[in-house]
Design a protein around this ligand. Structure first.
Ligand SMILES: Nc1ncnc2c1ncn2[C@@H]1O[C@H](COP(=O)(O)OP(=O)(O)O)[C@@H](O)[C@H]1O
Ligand SMILES: [Mg+2]
Length: 687
């Protein structure tokens, strides 16, 4: 039997398994290529959505503050320039219902000498104290102080004509230590710039709010002002405020993402993204041709808090339609290979809020995004493996049932048949054919095989018939030859022998009567008589060699005895003879066969074996005669036995077969040869 690897039972399921695995692999490949990008998109969507939530929440606060600032500005445009009015009404608007939570203060800030031609500084500013109550502050109007006309929140509104409302840099509320930002709205009188109104917006609780929103995706978010200064902080330790005490002014109190990126390189990508957004603003403004460099210079020069970069950005933002340009505020997606705060790969989205140009960043860990897909993967892998396993078992059994089973049945049947296919003992009866398993190709195969077997059997039958005829013919020939020999022997004996005897007697008679004096005549007749004697002897020898004289008269035993005696003399090989058989044996029909086989074996020994001793035993038992001849010669070789040329051995076999006997010839190299003949004796020679 072949090894299991070569069996169909292994190979066919193996092919199935491999193809199944390939299909699975393809599915996984497609899934990881297509599915992964889909999941990434989904993750970005979630990040963006939470960012949008943050934006809309902030917009609520921004709009509230802005509407208050506009209301305040409208008031400043129409109200008579009386301190009492300005002070009271400003307070009334700033303290508008519910404002105390997010509005830290606000005020009206006229241009120099416009409110009062005698006064350069005449602002009306209300701010909340520690208890949250509004207090009027006059600090900005102090003659010794720096005033307010050069503040960062004042100057841009004055020079940028298109500004509707301007949002300042972020700064820290001196009381609450909370981030804060100011919205400034211009006031006009007679189409002339008259000053500004401001509202200070508290960004208190923003950090908590961002945390709440981002908790759902285990990430974080933070907000920055226009130029990247933090409004909220993702990690207080990292992005903490700079020491406010050492800072000259309130605006210096916040760190920016660019500064943070210098300390913590992990933030560099996000910082660059913010810079890129702002650069885009400047580029766009330049492209539209509205970017006025004179204004940049004015802003730079007129505010000690605005440097050239800031002036450029502010000019760019407010001089083109960036505020309304949706394209500008679309979220930018960034992939962080290793986020500093999360310590793993993350998706980030950066937005810019309309109106305020604040930047919001939301970050989601990559692991969170692929969590679901991983779960799907494992599930899929698990169920696919089970499915494969079950499928394979089914395939295994199905193949066994429909293919391998029938084939191996057929194989067993074939093996049995081929073992049977020796010489047919039943004369063609009970011949076996393959069972046809079904109508499939296998069935057809079996059928074809059976047809072929049938033809073979026919040929075999014919061969056997002709063999039988030949055997009969050869037996007949043998008989005829035996008879002829007998006849010739008798003729020689009866006719030739008798005549020669008569001739010899006549010669004797003539010799008596011959004249004794004629010596030469006497001599001649004596020689004639001697010649006749030797001829008689030769004739006798011929007859006995043609047919052992004793075989017919005295039987097999006597004939063998006579032959052995003669053989020893002639070849000088010692013969040990032992015969045990009943008297009736010589009557059986096969004596001639036994004798001829014996004779041929003995001649072969003399001719080929170089033996010195031959042992011959003849035993009759159970109606079977067993003749055993063993010599101590060189031993017959298997090649000799198979050789076609040796007609002696062939004749031995033929004779034996024609008498339904059995002959075996065995050679032992260097030790001798054993010829064993078994032949049924019809006379019943039991001892
Ligand atoms: N007793 C034996 N010992 C050794 N070799 C033998 C013996 N009998 C037969 N052989 C070998 O078997 C061959 C075939 O014998 P046989 O058929 O009688 O043919 P032949 O005697 O004409 O050669 C012989 O040529 C001889 O080599
Ligand atoms: Mg021979």
């Amino acid at each position: 039997m072949n090894s299991f690897w070569h069996s169909l039972q292994f190979r066919i399921p193996a092919v199935f398994t491999i193809s199944l695995l390939l299909i699975l692999l393809a599915i996984f490949a497609v899934f990881s290529i297509v599915g992964k990008t889909m999941l990434e998109k989904q993750a970005y969507k979630q990040v963006i959505l939470s960012g949008q939530n943050i934006v809309s929440e902030l917009m609520g606060r921004v709009e509230h503050a802005e509407s208050l600032a506009i209301a305040l500005a409208n008031l400043g445009e129409i109200l008579p320039t009386k301190d009492d009015y300005w002070k009271k009404l400003a307070r009334h608007i700033i303290d508008h219902n519910g404002s105390n939570v997010i509005i830290a203060g606000g005020g009206l800030w006229p241009e120099p000498y416009k409110y009062n031609p005698d006064l350069e500084r005449s602002s009306f500013f209300w701010g909340r104290d520690k208890t949250g109550k509004l207090k009027f502050y006059d600090n900005y109007n102090k003659k010794s102080g720096p005033g307010y006309h050069h503040e960062e929140w004042y100057v841009p509104v004055k020079y940028l004509k298109s500004v509707r409302s301007f949002w300042s840099k972020s700064y820290m509320d001196p009381y609450s230590q909370e981030p804060m930002i100011t919205v400034t709205v211009p006031m006009k009188r007679d189409n002339q710039f008259f000053g500004v109104s401001t509202i200070d917006l508290k960004l208190m609780g923003l950090h908590q709010y961002l945390e709440k929103i981002t908790r759902s995706f285990s990430g974080y978010a933070f907000a920055m002002d226009r130029s990247g200064r933090f409004i909220s902080f993702p990690d207080y330790k990292l992005t903490k405020l700079r020491d406010s005490a050492s800072s000259q002014n309130q605006f210096g109190a916040f760190g920016s993402i660019q500064e943070l990126a210098k300390r913590v390189p992990g933030f560099k990508i996000l910082a660059n993204e913010i810079d890129r957004i702002n650069d885009d603003h400047i580029q766009k403004a330049m492209q539209t041709g509205r970017f006025n460099k004179d204004i940049v210079e004015l802003l730079d020069k007129n505010s000690y808090q605005i440097n050239n970069d800031e002036a450029k950005l502010v000019t760019a933002i407010y001089s083109h339609s960036a505020g309304k340009d949706l394209e500008m505020h679309r979220a930018r997606q960034v992939f962080l290979k290793k986020d500093t705060l999360l310590g793993e790969p993350a998706f980030a989205a950066v937005y810019e809020m309309p109106e305020t140009f604040w930047k919001i960043v939301t970050v989601m860990p990559y692991s969170k995004a692929v969590e679901d897909s991983n779960a799907i993967y494992t599930n899929l892998l698990y169920s696919a493996s089970i499915a494969t396993y079950v499928f394979l078992i089914i395939i295994f059994f199905v193949i066994k049932a429909i293919l391998v089973g029938p084939i191996s049945n057929m194989l067993t049947e074939l093996q049995e048949l081929s073992e049977d296919a020796g010489p047919d003992k039943n004369n063609g009866e009970g011949r076996k054919f393959l069972t046809i398993p079904d109508k499939s190709e296998l069935g057809e195969l079996a059928q074809c095989f059976n047809q072929r077997s049938h033809k073979l059997f026919e040929v075999q039958d014919e061969l056997r018939k002709s063999q039988d005829t030949l055997r009969l013919f050869s037996a007949h020939q043998d008989n005829v030859r035996e008879e002829e020999r007998k006849e010739i022997a008798r003729e020689i004996h009866d006719e030739l022998g008798q005549n020669l005897l008569a001739l010899n007697m006549d010669l004797h008679w003539m010799n008596e009567r011959l004249p004794k004096s004629d010596k030469s005549l006497l001599e001649k007749s004596k020689k004639m008589s001697q010649l006749i004697d030797s001829t008689i002897k030769t004739a006798r020898e011929i007859t006995s060699s043609l047919r052992p004289p004793l075989l017919d008269e005295a039987g097999l035993e006597a004939a063998i005895d006579w032959y052995v005696e003669d053989y020893e003399k002639r070849h000088g090989i010692k013969c040990l003879l032992s015969v045990e058989m009943g008297d009736s044996v010589h009557e059986l029909c096969n004596t001639a066969t036994v004798f001829r086989v014996f004779q041929e074996a003995m001649i072969n020994i003399a001719k080929h074996s170089k033996a010195s001793v031959v042992s011959i035993t003849i035993v009759v038992a159970n109606s079977i005669l067993v003749l055993n001849i063993s010599d101590n010669g060189v031993g017959i070789t298997p090649r000799d036995l198979k050789a076609v040329g040796g007609f002696g051995i062939l004749g031995m076999r033929e004779r034996t077969q024609s008498c339904a006997g059995k002959i075996t010839i065995t050679g032992y190299p260097g030790e001798g040869t054993v010829v064993r003949l078994e032949i049924p004796v019809s006379g019943g020679g039991d001892i």
